[in-house]
Design a protein around this ligand. Structure first.
Ligand code: CU
Length: 642
């Protein structure tokens, strides 16, 4: 009984300390013209990208999703296992006219994002960013001292007042980070794109613009801009949009392709626009700005550089990493980097450059980093002597340094991957047909979105191709060997749930039964001492030979975890798996609200109360949230019992 007498006070303390952050997202269909060309879009509270969700680490976040569109959707956020937002895997679809409440705890800190996981519609606008400020303890754990000491003229490592001042300024910058979202943008909506893909067997690998925080322009440079990027036999010609031709049989290799049926606008027609560019205002008095960079796009890797400014990249996918001091950082779809930038240049405006880093298209987008605070004017006035680190076609220019993702190491260095694994999943990634991609031999088919979520009914996985629903006991240390066969572009893989260590990568065939066996043969392919710890894993381009990448992770709670490529057409084409983690045991403790959620029930009273409410932060006790009420009831009953 001693435990019981303590438990209630503990519960009360932790609950009263937990702040609840509440948002309401009303999803609607509409039209937008962010780059000057109007098209259909999905809006969140009237805008896309949607509002940035801000929270402090440890907060309870509650997002009321009001679906006023005429299609179903969900939203994947930073979810709990039961409102993770993957239809058919972790939750039911939200029908038109229905409200769903997604509750989750902001356990981790840093830059994240949210998006629809239905069909390909996040590309239509159902997406936004999340920034979670670290707890004081986690703020102290950041690698700011490493950066401050590297700035000192001598390498004595002594901590003087200047170092402390720098650390304080960097911590302040981290806590008030400037979120910068990047994404590719097309003038056609996702269902039109999928229909055309299926009718023509041509992947629409040609976007219209690159948007930065939702703003940008259509940029049509002189055609000779593309001349340096011509590769005879591979890309002999570019269109005005900087795209390889739709009849290029290297890029579109399937004999059933019908390039002549693709509307000309999609690959060829380019008309400059002059819409306002994003202005990222910085205040030099603060000495540093922390840019929380996230690619919320659907297709292209995007490289970022800022004229005359280098970046200390110190976090990847929300995890601190040993800082790298670079000019350029490549960000695949779904991935995030956080970079500190010293505001030590003459006051002025500097180009913030973003360029696609891919073979099939050369395209760039621009924003302005402006030292003039509160200046929201639209302008492109490069500084008189800008230093350009990034070419139009996404190449890092000679003399400039690019972030090396293969040497990223989690910080602090005491963080190390488990040294041995229990389970090895060998996945073969390939394009099966002109319209089908697979992550593990067979495609994960979109119709599964309509099924009862696997997490509610794990036994139903017995009726599914085992290749797409791997299963292992809770507590297993799992190695996923991702093998890409020749003909594959780079795939920005993303695994929901716990972060993973990237412990190995190599070229050629994977011929081993386990990492331990492979390590014996080729220790040089592995690093279990310093490894990246993240939730995005970019497989290398595999043009003529296979490549492989190994991630290692250990799930800590029963869950069904989605693992997929973040290129939207690959995902819709089937490049995904549902990992059954510990689901051999009875169901995890899923709150009744989620088990009972009726996707057909029209908006309830909660919508009337919360619709159009601006995001508010309130004391936990005032929020009518089903699970929180349950927790309070539990605490109360324990208190009475004791
Ligand atoms: Cu892919």
């Amino acid at each position: 009984m001693r435990f019981l007498s303590i438990a209630p006070s503990f519960l009360w303390v932790s609950l009263s300390a937990a702040k609840v952050v509440q948002y309401t997202f009303e999803l609607t269909s509409g039209t937008v013209a962010p780059d000057g060309v109007e098209r259909k879009a999905i809006l969140i509270n009237g805008q896309t990208p949607g509002p940035t969700v801000y929270a402090d680490q440890g907060d309870e976040v509650s997002v009321t999703i009001v679906n006023n569109m005429d299609i179903q959707s969900t939203i994947h956020m930073k979810g709990s296992i039961w409102s993770d937002g993957v239809p058919g895997v972790t939750q039911r679809q939200i029908d038109p006219g229905v409200t769903f409440i997604a509750n989750w705890t902001a356990n981790e800190h840093g830059i994240y994002w949210y998006h629809s996981h239905s069909r390909a519609i996040y590309g239509d606008g159902l997406r936004g960013t999340i920034y979670i400020r670290p707890s004081e303890e986690e703020l102290d754990n950041g690698p700011f001292k490493v950066i401050a000491q590297a700035l000192q003229p001598d390498a004595s490592g002594s901590v003087g007042p200047d170092v402390d001042t720098e650390i304080k300024a960097m911590k302040d910058a981290h806590n008030s980070a400037t979120v910068v979202s990047l994404h590719d943008w097309s003038h056609w909506d996702s269902e039109t794109g999928l229909k055309l893909w299926n009718e023509t067997n041509i992947e629409l690998l040609c976007i219209d613009s690159i948007l930065i925080n939702g703003k940008g322009r259509v940029v049509c440079p002189p055609i000779e801009t593309f001349t340096p990027y011509i590769i005879p036999g591979l890309i002999p010609e570019y269109t005005a949009k900087g795209c390889g031709l739709p009849n290029n049989t290297v890029i579109q290799p399937f004999p059933n392709s019908k390039p002549d049926l693709v509307p000309k606008d999609i690959f060829f027609t380019c008309k400059n626009t002059t819409t306002p560019l994003e202005v990222i205002s910085v205040d030099a008095k603060k000495k540093w700005v922390s840019l929380a960079l996230v690619n919320i796009g659907t297709l292209w890797d995007l490289k970022v550089s800022i004229d005359s400014h280098k970046m200390w990249v110190y976090a990847a996918d929300g995890q601190y990493h040993e800082p790298q001091f670079v000019d350029v950082v490549n960000i695949p779809p779904g991935e995030r980097y956080q970079a500190l930038v010293a505001l030590d240049q003459p006051a002025g405006d500097y180009q913030f450059r973003v360029a696609a880093n891919v073979l099939p298209q050369k395209i760039a987008g621009f924003a302005v980093l402006s030292y003039a605070p509160n200046d929201s004017s639209s302008k492109v006035v490069p500084h008189a002597t800008p230093k350009l680190g990034l070419g139009y076609g996404g190449e890092t220019l000679p003399g400039f340094k690019e972030l090396n993702e293969t040497t990223l190491a989690a910080y602090p260095s005491t963080l190390k991957p488990p040294q041995e694994a229990d389970v090895t999943l060998t996945m073969i990634v390939q394009r099966l047909t002109s319209v089908t991609w697979s992550m593990n031999k067979d495609p994960f088919l979109p119709f599964m979105e309509l099924e009862e979520p696997l997490i509610f009914d794990p036994d139903s996985a017995k009726n599914i191709d085992p290749n797409i629903v791997p299963s292992y006991p809770l507590g297993s240390v799992v190695d996923a060997v991702i093998i890409t066969l020749p003909g594959n572009p780079a795939h920005p893989m993303h695994k929901h749930g716990v972060k993973s260590w990237i412990i190995g990568r190599g070229s050629g065939n994977w011929t081993w039964n386990s990492v331990a066996e492979a390590q014996q043969a080729h220790p040089e392919f592995f690093n279990l001492d310093k490894a990246a710890l993240r939730d995005g894993f970019r497989t290398p381009d595999s043009i003529t030979e296979p490549n492989w990448l190994v991630i290692r992770y250990q799930p800590v709670e029963q869950a069904v975890t989605f693992f997929h490529c973040h290129i939207n057409i690959h995902l819709v084409g089937g490049m995904a798996l549902a990992l059954l983690e510990g689901m051999d045991k009875p169901l995890p403790n899923i709150p009744q609200y989620y088990l009972d959620f009726d996707k057909h029930a029209k908006h309830t009273q909660i919508q009337a109360a919360e619709k159009n409410a601006s995001p508010s932060e309130s004391a936990a006790s005032s929020i009518p949230i089903p699970w929180l009420q349950t927790a309070f009831a539990l605490a109360l009953s324990l208190a009475l019992w004791a």
